[in-house]
Design a protein around this ligand. Sequence first.
Ligand code: E4P
Length: 218
Amino acid sequence: MKFFIDTANLEEIKEANDLGILDGVTTNPSLMAKEGITGEQNILDHYVTICNIVDGPVSAEVISTDFAGIIREGEHLASLHNNIVVKVPMILEGIKAIKYFSSKGIKTNCTLIFSAGQAILAAKAGATYISPFLGRLDDISVNGLDLIAQIRLIYDNYAYNTQILAASVRHPMHIINCAELRSDVMTGPLKAIKALANHPLTTSGLETFLADYAKGNA
Ligand code: E4P
C-alpha cells in the first residue's frame, strides 16, 4: 500500500519524506488555509515547493465547480509540475472534467467520495485515484472501512484501473485496516504514520538490550 501524507505543512512533509517511506502528498483548500497559504499565486507556489520535496504524486485541488472552470484550473495546475495530480470534487461537472483530463493524459484524484455509486462513476470517467473519506463517515456513525471494502470488490469485479486512495485517515488502526482491505493508497497525518512504529514491547526490549550491552561493556 502506498503512503501519502495529508497536509500542506512543509516540515511534516519533509519529516515524512526523510523516513524514506513516503510515496506522495494530498492537500485540500482547508489544509492550505490551515498553514496560512492564501492567494492564488502563493497556493500555486506552495504546490511547486511540495513537488520539489517529494518525488511522487501531489494532489492539488481545483476550486471551480463548473466544467470550463475545472478544465482551466486543472490544466494550469498540471502544467506546474509533472508530479501534480488534479484533485476534482465528486460532482457531475467534475466527472465530465475527469473524463476530459483522462483523454489528455492528465492524472486526477476524485475527492469527497462517500458512496460506492460515486466510486463507480469516477472509475468509469477514468479517474487515476478516488478518495473515499473514511474518517468523515465514521464521524456520522457510518463505517468508513465498509465503503473501502465495497469499492475494492466492485473495482476488482470489473478490473478498473482507478486506484483507491483511502482518505480522511485519522489513526494507525485505519492504516492497518486499509492495508487489510487492499486499498491501493492511504493518505493520513504524520502522527498516524509515525504511530505505526510504536509498541511497548519494542520499547522495553530495546531498553533491556542497551542496558545489558552497557553492563557487559562497563
Ligand atoms: C483527502 O484528500 C482529504 O484531504 C483528507 O483526507 C480529509 O481528511 P479530514 O476528514 O481529516 O479533513
